[in-house]
Design a protein around this ligand. Structure first.
Ligand code: 6GU
Length: 390
């Protein structure tokens, strides 16, 4: 059983909100419990006031420390130990699915809802363990945010949702939006349910759904793609892969950094830049195997072995299928300069050359030739001009 305590001046708002729907059912079933505790019940003020003017002046009122402290002590005593105390404030860390998942492991959580212009800082320092916001906008109080958090935390608690539904949460962990859903009728005002869904072919349906989820995320929330800490992990993995090979590791970091910079200067969209950065990190990953198998690492051998090595690594880190396909293509073509298609391809080649011109001690003439035949982007050309004085 999970226990959520909400310190608030508006207990009815919390209780009536949470008693409906799924959280209410979970409470009835004894899986979670929630209890709103009225801070006003703990005031020593004879008029029942819980707020006063701010020292130093300024607009609005500030909640006094004493009622908040005593209210908290009452709850702490009831639980029998110190637990996490979440203060809802727009100044907090922004709440997300990951936090919901983590907090779902806690047996007891206390939520503190502020009102007016805030709460006396001293009591916050004494009792609060976590400062949490639900997004970048201002609300009149912490009650709605507390309800939002409890709703989202509760649904991650085992038994609150049916097993079948709860498994679906894994789909958020790969940072993709949900695919579109359809139900009967098959035709609605002339608009049909996509045929693949009627086919009964489960593998095809899976694939179709995944592709749409990716497309939808690219379109609506490209920010969800960027990272999740994956780029950092990938760099670490590649360093480990080339362990001890100083030159290769330095080369990778340089190409990655230049590619990323050029993409930013060229205002390449986020998703494409992400693909490019990923490709830059793994672009030479075929080298090791080429050397092991053939004793050399010509561009062509790298193009042959690179894509498979890149794929292995990217799958391990759970990159999406569409990205992996493009990265494989880029790795497999980054020494091919005839038919450069796509800005990611173009920038990868330029970044690689900007580094190789120096690392391979190219002559002025060679550099000039590469510059005029291969470089296309304004930022890449400018950088080449500045670095190598072409
Ligand atoms: Cl947690 N509190 C208030 N008052 N406003 C908010 C918020 C919290 N999160 C976003 N806006």
């Amino acid at each position: 059983m999970k226990n959520y305590y909400i310190m608030t001046l508006f207990p009815d708002m919390i209780m009536s909100g949470l008693k409906t729907s799924i959280t209410g059912r979970a409470k009835k079933n004894g899986i979670i419990n929630f209890e709103a505790v009225n801070i006003r019940d703990f005031t020593n003020d004879k008029h029942g006031h819980v707020d006063d003017y701010p020292y130093g002046g300024g607009a609005g009122m500030v909640m006094q420390p004493q009622p908040v402290y005593d209210c908290y002590k009452y709850i702490e005593n009831k639980i029998g130990k110190r637990t996490r105390v979440v203060y809802l404030t727009p100044q907090g860390k922004v709440f997300n699915q990951q936090m919901a998942k983590e907090l779902a492991h806690e047996d007891d959580i206390v939520f503190l809802c502020g009102h007016y212009e805030g709460i006396d800082e001293r009591v916050l320092e004494m009792i609060v363990t976590d400062y949490v916001s639900i997004g970048d906008y201002v609300l009149t109080g912490g009650e709605l945010p507390a309800m939002v958090m409890i709703d989202s935390i509760s649904r991650m608690v085992k038994g609150v949702l049916s097993n079948e539904v709860s498994a679906q949460d894994e789909s958020f962990s790969d940072n993709l939006l949900e695919y579109p859903q359809y139900t009967r009728p098959e035709e609605f005002m002339g608009s049909m349910v996509p045929e693949v869904l009627l086919s009964g072919h489960h593998a095809n349906i899976e694939k179709w759904r995944h592709n749409l989820a990716v497309a939808r995320t690219v379109e609506r929330r490209p920010d969800l793609f960027s990272d999740n800490g994956k780029t950092d992990k990938l760099i670490e993995c590649v360093i480990e892969y080339f362990e001890g090979d100083v030159k290769r590791i330095q080369h990778m970091i340089k190409v990655y950094s230049l590619a990323s910079h050029i993409a930013k200067m060229e205002k390449v969209d986020e998703r494409t830049r992400y693909i490019l950065e990923t490709a830059a990190i793994v672009h030479d990953i075929g080298i090791k195997i080429s050397e092991e198998k053939h004793g050399n690492c010509s561009g062509k051998l790298q193009e042959r072995y690179g894509p498979r090595e890149a794929q292995k690594l990217l799958l391990k880190l759970c990159y999406d299928e569409e990205l992996i396909e493009r990265v494989k293509y880029l790795v497999g073509h980054h020494h091919t300069y005839e038919d450069i298609t796509g800005i990611d391809y173009q920038i990868l080649v330029e970044a690689d050359f900007l580094v190789n011109m120096h690392e391979e001690d190219m002559t002025e003439e060679q550099i000039k030739k590469v510059y005029s035949t291969i470089f296309r982007t304004d930022s890449g050309m400018k950088m080449c001009e500045q670095i190598y004085s072409v």
